[in-house]
Design a protein around this ligand. Structure first.
Ligand SMILES: Cc1ncc(COP(=O)(O)O)c(C=O)c1O
Length: 491
């Protein structure tokens, strides 16, 4: 019996350990915090759609009132509670704004759920690429003028979908982008999954939410940066450029027919807290981040991404609660730093890239946790030296911008006859699978695209660095399905 898996036991043991989370969920397991004070044992409130408790898929009672209240708090025309994460809002927004077989303009750094929306609706895609922050090798913002160029030259586009902030906290100029998109009388959908806290930050301390800046659909994961349970999210819609009825239809298709009352009550609780006591906590949190950043500016070899980058590389604003530490120039990889922080300091990061790690901080972080992060990074830094930098990856990443050469739509490529090849042999073939590093889940290769040498090199480099290269059916990520071009007519 001893070898029977026991997830609960494992979770409880982990919860009692000294491992500290610099990852989501945003409550950071701090259930003694005031946001959780009145939350009861989940079993005692876990019900189904019984009399008096309404139905999320046909709300006319308490849930309708609750979502209408939330919509007033946020200033939207309509706010939906999502219990299947932002992913379900993203699927709904894409399905609800672009007709089957239609064309969407999306930023290439979208989360995989956006690509799933494209697949399910058999859409065609045009891409806009984020700028690159050369010194850090991470993505910058999206330029409004590039979006305008794309809309001018691709008149079939029916909606624009972008990510802001990025996983790393980079915010694009949403107001300017919304103005451009609205000139073409199209809806702008913003994946603000990582920016749910923007709605509650004072101006100047945190970026302004896309909802206030003119976006038509804004999707936020409460669970990522606010004290809320995993899976909880909201989708805000503004009337004008969106067919509200059509969008509504899809929200009910992509969400479970048995939404958890524990999660829905958790969403309401989180919003109530944030609109009240949480506002002051956000100011205190902003001060705490300021302290952390001041301390980390003392590092000599590791480098902290700071707001000095604002105004460059398409960066309109930055979420300073994301602590991005670059290992560039130290001869060490992001995976090395991530591993060291975990194994030697018991600090778990949100993610690592090839040469950086990302720590998510939220208002629920304790002073002690933040001090541990600073101390660990300063200590690691003191043992490093500066080395000649290798610019290979930046170059590769920029090369990717010149692709993709797209032969088939995502849906066509995934549904055509296919065969398996070893990844290094794939140059010139049409991919039938996604390839991405997770997190952040942004595809290097999308089905339907011709595999270029640069993308193959990048995949091999990420594998070599020990990053989680995923998306293929092959669990070892050695082989990839490509379209078997014998017998198909390439459109
Ligand atoms: C940019 C972005 N959008 C959307 C999602 C999906 O959010 P959720 O996990 O709430 O479904 C993620 C998840 O990590 C993400 O990084």
């Amino acid at each position: 019996m001893n070898d029977t898996p026991n997830l609960l036991k494992k979770l409880m043991e982990y919860g009692e350990s000294d491992f500290y989370p610099f990852h989501m969920p945003g409550h950071k397991r701090q259930y003694h915090g005031s946001f959780a004070n009145n939350f009861p044992n989940p079993f005692s409130i876990d019900i189904t759609e019984i009399d008096g408790f309404d139905n999320l898929h046909h709300p006319e009672g308490i849930l309708k009132e609750s979502m209408e209240w939330a919509s007033r708090v946020y200033g939207s025309s309509r706010t939906y509670y999502l219990v299947n994460g932002s992913s379900s809002g993203i699927l709904s927004a894409i399905s609800g704004t672009v007709s089957r077989d239609g064309t969407i303009l999306m930023s290439r750094n979208c989360h995989k759920s956006a690509f799933h929306g494209v697949f399910l609706n058999q859409l065609r895609t045009e891409y806009i690429y984020p700028q690159i922050i050369p010194d850090f090798g991470i993505q910058g913002g999206l330029l409004p003028e590039k979006i305008e160029e794309m809309l001018m030259s691709h008149r079939k586009i029916q909606a624009v979908f972008i990510v802001s902030p990025t996983y790393d906290g980079i915010v694009s100029d949403i107001k300017a982008i919304a103005d451009v998109v609205h000139k073409f009388r199209l809806p702008l959908i913003v994946d603000e999954a990582h920016g749910a806290h923007f709605s509650f930050g004072s101006k100047g301390e945190f970026p302004v939410s896309a909802l206030e800046l003119g976006a038509d659909v804004v999707i936020q994961s409460l669970h990522k940066t606010l004290p809320s349970f995993t899976q909880t999210a909201v989708m805000h819609v503004k009337e004008g450029f969106v067919d509200m009825g059509r969008l509504d239809r899809y929200v009910h298709m992509y969400q479970t027919s048995s939404p958890s009352y524990v999660l829905m009550a958790g969403i309401e609780c989180c919003i109530r807290y944030m609109a009240g006591e949480g506002l002051e906590k956000m100011s205190l949190f902003s001060d705490k981040i300021g302290e952390v950043r001041k301390t980390l500016s003392g590092m000599e070899h590791l480098r902290l991404l700071t707001d000095q980058e604002k105004g460059m590389n398409g960066i309109f604003d930055m979420d300073l609660s994301k602590i991005i530490i670059s290992t560039k120039g130290t001869g060490k990889s992001g995976a090395w730093l991530d591993d060291k922080l975990r194994k030697e300091y018991h600090l778990e990061m949100e993610m690592c890239g090839s040469d950086y790690v990302t720590a998510i901080t939220t208002l629920a972080d304790t002073q002690e946790g933040l001090k541990r992060l600073c101390k660990a990074l300063l200590h690691i830094d003191s043992g490093l030296s500066s080395e000649e930098d290798c610019e290979d990856e930046n170059r590769l990443y920029q090369e990717l911008e010149r692709m993709p050469e797209c032969r088939l739509s995502i849906a066509q490529a995934m549904d055509e006859p296919r065969r398996r090849i070893a990844i290094p042999d794939g140059e010139g073939m049409i991919s039938a699978e996604f390839v991405y590093v997770y997190p952040p889940g942004i595809p290097i290769v999308v089905p339907g695209e011709i595999l270029k040498k640069e993308s193959i090199d990048l995949i091999m480099k990420y594998k070599e660095l020990g990053l989680a290269v995923q998306g293929m059916e092959d669990e070892e990520s050695r082989e990839l399905f490509v379209v078997d071009e014998d017998g198909i007519s390439v459109r």
